[in-house]
Design a protein around this ligand. Structure first.
Ligand SMILES: C[S@@+](CC[C@H](N)C(=O)[O-])C[C@H]1O[C@@H](n2cnc3c(N)ncnc32)[C@H](O)[C@@H]1O
Length: 398
């Protein structure tokens, strides 16, 4: 990532501006997690109306300015420009710089790949939705999309090369009814309205026989799937793993809102790469289909990420802040690091990880003269993030 090493000198003055980059404030590490660690500074910058932090820290007897991984923004060229402007503003005597290796080219957005925030804020369709979880090579998803042009498909994957491969295929084949998102399927359903989905395909999920808690299927996942499925909508598992089949059958039996059908070695119109492999090996293929039989209430997660109090004494707060993770059922809060703001009374930044164990978010909390807010805006409004936020309010308002 872009960085510049230079002979140690004074920090930038704040507030100030250089080459279109605003330097807003400086936060100094409070040696919270590692008492021996050298002093590190976070420089709050704003460029093109976007806020992010740079890290300034010692590098041997010199100093280094680089990106901050929690607040990193894309494209990386924006961060590169801010680092160059920082070096210019402090008239740095540069020893090493790699910022020229990062081009200013704007990478064209792929219209198929959506960020999770798109599903939080914008996604809305009158069409029936169908979701494929862990689409891998995308063979099944492409087949479904071509044969059902009136359905809006959403493909969920966590493997980036599979996402890129599918999006290329969608473009080549001019398929218009698929959106792809890199997000953990176990947490995605929260962003979908109730009773909108016709089918959810889970074909050949990783069996996780030794770590069953990592499986896609769980009671929570099934309840969320039933909520988003319309009456008659289906959650379709196809697997070669007898253990996964038994585990799911047990979870899915006798649900008040659905009934299941089971098949062994049923042929589908399209066979995935995994399926071909298992068939060649003569393995059994199991299908467990859950059919939703009940209309669900709309969900109403009100994303309230406000802090409705002010901090009276920031230094006292950080002296007493818990150093161990606060773990509750389904969510946690862990304070990673603490900073004080230079030349500002009762002000600082708290770096933390919070939310769901499977998809934790990293954020900074900014305390400016007692007023508390999330730097760079609130976390994604999942129920675990909201619960973690409530816990955080308790911690900070003590
Ligand atoms: C064994 S492959 C099966 C791929 C494809 N469905 C097929 O039948 O060929 C499982 C896929 O699920 C993806 N995956 C695993 N865990 C996931 C999760 N929590 N959310 C979304 N995708 C996941 C993996 O990256 C992988 O591509």
């Amino acid at each position: 990532m872009p960085h510049i090493v230079y002979k140690k000198t004074d920090l930038v003055k704040t507030p100030s501006t250089c080459d279109g980059v605003d330097f807003k404030f400086i936060a100094k590490s409070y040696n919270f997690t590692d008492k021996k660690r050298n002093t590190e500074y976070k420089i709050a910058v704003q460029k093109d109306n976007r806020d992010f932090l740079l890290t300034v820290r010692p590098k041997d007897e010199n100093q280094m300015v680089k990106f901050d991984k929690v607040t990193r923004i894309s494209p990386v060229s924006v961060v590169k420009d801010a680092i160059n402007s920082y070096a210019k503003a402090i008239e740095a005597d540069i020893i090493f710089s790699n910022t020229n290796n990062f081009s200013n080219k704007i990478v064209p957005q792929n219209k198929y790949i959506k960020d999770i925030n798109y599903f939080v804020d914008e996604f809305d369709t009158d069409k029936e939705i169908q979701i494929e979880i862990g689409f891998g090579s995308g063979r099944h998803l492409i087949h479904q999309a071509k044969n059902n042009p009136d359905v809006q498909f959403v493909g969920l994957e966590i493997h980036t090369p599979s996402i890129e491969q599918l999006s290329k295929q969608l473009e080549l084949q001019e398929i218009e009814n698929v959106l792809v998102v890199n997000y953990d399927a176990r947490l995605f359903m929260e962003f979908i309205k109730s009773n909108k989905v016709g089918k959810i395909f889970v074909h050949f999920p990783v069996p996780w026989d030794k770590k069953p808690h990592r499986r896609i299927y769980s009671n929570e996942f099934i309840n969320e799937a039933l909520r988003v499925l319309k009456i008659g909508g289906t959650l379709e598992l196809r697997t070669d793993s007898r253990k996964y089949f038994d585990y799911c059958t047990e979870l899915l039996t006798n649900l008040p809102k659905g009934r299941i059908t089971i098949d062994i070695n049923k042929d589908l119109e399209v066979s995935s790469k995994y399926e071909d492999r298992w068939k060649k090996m003569g393995k059994n293929i199991y299908d467990v289909v859950l059919v939703s039989s009940q209309e669900d209430e709309p969900i109403d997660i009100k994303p309230d990420f406000d802090f409705d109090f002010e901090v009276d004494d920031y230094l006292k707060l950080i002296e007493n802040i818990p150093t161990k993770s606060v773990v509750e059922n389904g969510y946690f809060v862990h304070i990673e690091d603490i900073f004080t703001l230079e030349n500002k009374e009762n002000s600082g930044m708290i770096q933390l990880t919070m939310g769901n164990f499977d998809r934790p978010v990293s954020k900074y909390i900014l305390v400016e003269q007692g007023k508390v807010s999330y730097y760079q805006g609130s976390p994604i409004p999942t129920s675990s993030n909201l619960n973690a936020h409530k816990k955080l309010k308790e911690i900070l308002s003590k």
